[in-house]
Design a protein around this ligand. Structure first.
Ligand SMILES: Cc1cc2nc3c(=O)[nH]c(=O)nc-3n(C[C@H](O)[C@H](O)[C@H](O)COP(=O)(O)OP(=O)(O)OC[C@H]3O[C@@H](n4cnc5c(N)ncnc54)[C@H](O)[C@@H]3O)c2cc1C
Length: 610
């Protein structure tokens, strides 16, 4: 199986016949029957950009086997784990939990990807921001309507290949497995996210949209479940908190409950947009981009006065997105369709914001919020964004007019240099000048500086134990993904979701018990009826499930067989409760001899985590 590295022109690299011939020649073969590209990158360092390929070449044809969706086990009756947040961290945690025989219960404050589109249109056209459904909140999380760049700097913290392969299994182009800088594109991500959700549900997991978590159920240093905005209380043995970097209400909730969070460094600045042709000319050293080359991107970094100034989330052929998560704030980010065929190139240009010594845990959240609110006022108290031409920004003068810009709600002229905190504006000015001397045409008044780019990463860390990945104070609570401070993009968030879910591998016994110890099969069942919600738990000794009924607890207190009834005044005897609980919680223990929990005497609505 010879594997060779070849360098071709963009035109040659686009032709499979030429690629195979070049690979055969490099391998010293007279003729090749098949080839497979393993790696592809663009080398634009020389005057003539080249495509570098790593190719496996064979004498015979290579049978291409498309990756099919993963086969997931049926976890319909397995122990539940609550996953809060349906972004990459939550989705990948859910898939991995299913792989380990657990039943994820995904709670998402936003809407499914389709319904979410209407709310994005409302932001773009009507300037209305729904605090539960926007560019950051909703199915797929902040990554759904993004460029879908799938690169990460973290190589050690998980299996990048595994995450990319999972995306392909759910419908992404296999190209992402070979491209040095893979991306999916906004138009394709929703289908992939939908396929993931359907697979989770088909396996027995559940996904609840419009379900905002507002509180944690805590007892004796352990999390027992969550409360939601619509008054439900859902119980589970463990809660994965994957709520993203914009869930300020969650940060405030944890802080108010005395659950430790820490202020975290993040970066803030502006989004800059150039005509794509300027970036193509600079990067490809040409007047007009070769049609076989993708729109060019850039990555720039400079140290200014001890702090980093760098480009962030560059979107070639993209659109600047309005990413506020609440009314009265303006926030920018960027996205691109899979073809990256818009005439603009945008990128965040940000400065690191270190945490001042002794800062309050929410200090960086407040800094972020204050600048975003100021941008909203500057933009005319709408989603229009304040903007300035690049050289005007650097020279500290107003822009008489602005160039065309992709930002859908529109931009208005404003002294962005005066809007930003002075330490950030000063470094951005110096950084932009430096980048101009490094990249031909970059420093130009054809470029527009749009405020404000502030959601670059989480301004808070939710500390967790390195070994168990549980919160340092709260057993059973697993802070996860970007919001908790353990990821900085789609791939790293997905990897962190998998890591957290994998912590359970081997630690659940066959009956859903932890470590084979005496078991509390938590939670279990919440039964809502006219007068409120009752929570029941099953307790049974390890090794014995299936041979005896569990003891049943209601609201943490044991019910006495023959004395207490499952539901006050109802027709629900203890035995039936026990059956229901075992069925709901310990499927393998109960297999074969337990009835459905639906039935006579069930009474109220079953709102258990299922
Ligand atoms: C416009 C845009 C473009 C981007 N482009 C890229 C890119 O090209 N490449 C890249 O790697 N990254 C990109 N990112 C960043 C990337 O999307 C995030 O790093 C990633 O989504 C983080 O994943 P997560 O699962 O940790 O959190 P999120 O994706 O933020 O998901 C958190 C989820 O939790 C939900 N939630 C929050 N609070 C609650 C609550 N109280 N109850 C229930 N649910 C709740 C939210 O609705 C959300 O769906 C982009 C982000 C944006 C906004």
């Amino acid at each position: 199986m010879p594997i060779v590295d070849i360098v071709l022109t963009p035109l040659e690299a686009a032709d499979p016949v030429l690629v195979r011939a070049a690979a055969a020649e490099a391998a010293g073969m007279a003729r090749a029957g098949g080839h497979q590209v393993l790696r592809r990158s663009i080398d634009a360092r020389s005057r003539q950009p080249r495509v570098r390929l790593r190719v496996r070449v064979e004498a015979e044809a290579i049978a291409e086997e498309p990756l099919s969706p993963p086969v997931l086990p049926d976890v319909r009756t397995a122990p539940p784990v609550i996953v809060v947040g349906c972004g990459p961290a939550g989705l990948f945690a859910a898939l991995r939990l299913i792989g380990h025989g657990l039943r994820p219960v995904l709670l998402e404050r936003g809407k499914d990807v389709r319904a979410r589109r209407r709310d994005l249109a409302a932001i773009n056209r009507l300037h209305i921001v729904d605090p539960d459904s926007n560019y950051c909140f909703g199915e797929g999380g902040a990554g759904t309507y993004s460029d879908g760049k799938l690169y990460t700097r973290s190589h050690k913290r998980g299996d990048v290949e595994g995450v990319l392969t999972t995306f392909v299994r759910f419908g992404a182009s296999p190209d992402i497995l070979i491209d040095a800088h893979p991306h999916i594109g906004t138009n394709k991500l929703p289908h992939i996210i939908t396929a993931m959700r359907e697979a989770i549900i088909a396996a027995g997991g559940t996904v609840h949209f419009h379900t905002r978590v507002t509180d944690l159920v805590l007892r004796e240093g352990r999390v027992h479940g969550v409360r939601t905005a619509d008054g439900q209380e859902l119980l589970a043995h463990a809660v994965v908190l994957a709520t993203g970097h914009s869930a300020r209400d969650i940060f405030r909730l944890l802080h108010a409950k005395g659950i430790r969070i820490e202020a975290k460094e993040f970066a803030m600045g502006v989004r800059i947009e150039h005509p794509q042709s300027i970036i193509d000319r600079a990067q490809y050293h040409c007047d007009v981009r070769d049609p076989h080359l993708p729109p060019a991107s850039y990555s720039l970094v400079e140290q200014v006065d001890g702090r980093g100034v760098y480009s962030f989330c560059m979107c070639p052929g993209g659109i600047i997105a309005p990413c506020a998560t609440a009314p009265e704030e303006v926030v920018t980010n960027g996205w691109s369709p899979s073809k990256r065929n818009n005439p603009y190139a945008n990128s965040g240009m940000v400065v690191t914001c270190p945490v001042p010594p002794g800062a309050d845990p929410l200090a960086m959240v407040e800094l972020q919020a204050a600048v975003e609110h100021a941008a909203w006022i500057a933009g005319g108290r709408r989603q229009s964004a304040p903007a300035q031409r690049m050289i005007d920004f650097v020279k500290g003068r107003p822009s008489a007019d602005l160039p065309d810009c992709s930002y859908p709600p529109g931009i208005v002229p404003f002294r962005v240099d005066q809007l930003l905190p002075p330490d950030i504006a000063m470094r951005l000015r110096a950084g932009l000048k430096a980048f101009g001397s490094r990249m031909r045409g970059y420093y130009t008044n054809e470029a527009v500086v749009v405020a404000v780019e502030s959601r670059t990463s989480s301004p808070v860390r939710i500390p967790r134990d390195r070994a168990t990945l549980q919160h340092v104070q709260v057993e059973g609570l697993f802070p996860c993904g970007e919001g908790a401070g353990y990821a900085g993009g789609i791939v790293s968030a997905a990897m962190d979701g998998e890591r957290v879910a994998m912590r359970w591998r081997g630690s659940w016994g066959s009956n859903g018990a932890m470590d084979g110890r005496e078991v509390r099969c938590i939670p279990i069942l919440s039964i809502r009826h006219g007068r409120g919600t009752h929570h029941y738990e099953a307790h049974h000794p390890a090794g014995a499930p299936g041979t005896q009924w569990p003891a049943v607890h209601r609201h943490g207190l044991p019910l006495r067989p023959g004395v207490d009834r499952g539901r006050q005044g109802g027709r629900w005897p203890m035995e039936r409760l026990a059956q229901a609980l075992v069925h709901a919680q310990c499927p393998r223990a109960s297999a074969g001899h337990l009835p459905s929990i639906q039935g006579r005497g069930m009474g109220g609505q079953h709102t258990a985590v299922r």
